[in-house]
Design a protein around this ligand. Sequence first.
Ligand code: 48H
Length: 260
Amino acid sequence: MELKDIEISRAIIERYTDKLLENLEADVAVVGAGPSGLTAAYTLAEKGLKTVIFERALKPGGGMPGGGMMFSEIVVQDTARCILEDLGVGLYEQRPGYFTADAIEVLGAQLVRVARAGVKLFNLISVEDVLLYQDRVSGLVLNWTAVQMQGLHVDPLTMKARSVIDATGHAAEVVNGLLRKAKVKINTPSGKFEGERPMWADRAEAETLKNTCEIYPGLWITGMAANACFGGPRMGPIFGGMFLSGKKVAEEIAKDLKKS
Ligand code: 48H
């Protein structure tokens, strides 16, 4: 068969457009494809919920491939080992109680898991706002990352979701966008965004899990965004809390959506 350049273009445009249209309504929309967002997404999809991820960057993974100061290894503690064992990645008890894994291998395994669970991951798309209907976050406002980077005056498009997860890491962008535009109170003791505190791994890991919750009706927080909202400390390159937080948010959303 002679390969026709125009048919290659047609195939890409048609399939991508089909995928985007199929995902304009979902049970759960995850913002950010870092370790917490990816864990949440495959856990939700494996529970039968239609889940989609929007990721700003060209390549998914967030802070994981960078490891610690570009040493592309991550550490997990005993309580999070099961998540990496379940992904089937190599795990080394490098020091008693400190398990290391190759950050790139973990990312690869998470991406395969996400795809096999039926989650669509759209890269190069930034979330710039939320749909807010009757005091409930009900979807996302999307634009190409390139548009945002260039500051072009191009209006966005929208998608609808029963629940939204802010998995955008340190900046907690979805929560902060909501606070900026809607002037609402979130479920922190002060009703405000607290901002993350200096590094203290032991405490931060426990707090990440505790802070993983529904922060506003329809809007959930996971990973570093959870600690940033509640004023929890950062933890450096230990990732157990990120994986456990992703799993927890998925389990809580699944319970919540079953009720409604
Ligand atoms: C679409 C967006 C947008 C947007 C951001 O930073 P992440 O890896 O997030 P977590 O919470 O899963 O993991 C945090 C971890 O990587 C980390 O930084 C740790 C443990 N730090 C500790 C420390 O002490 O420093 O991933 C967030 C993802 C990224 O890929 C962003 O590109 C993406 O979200 N993102 N995607 N629309 N508006 N904002």
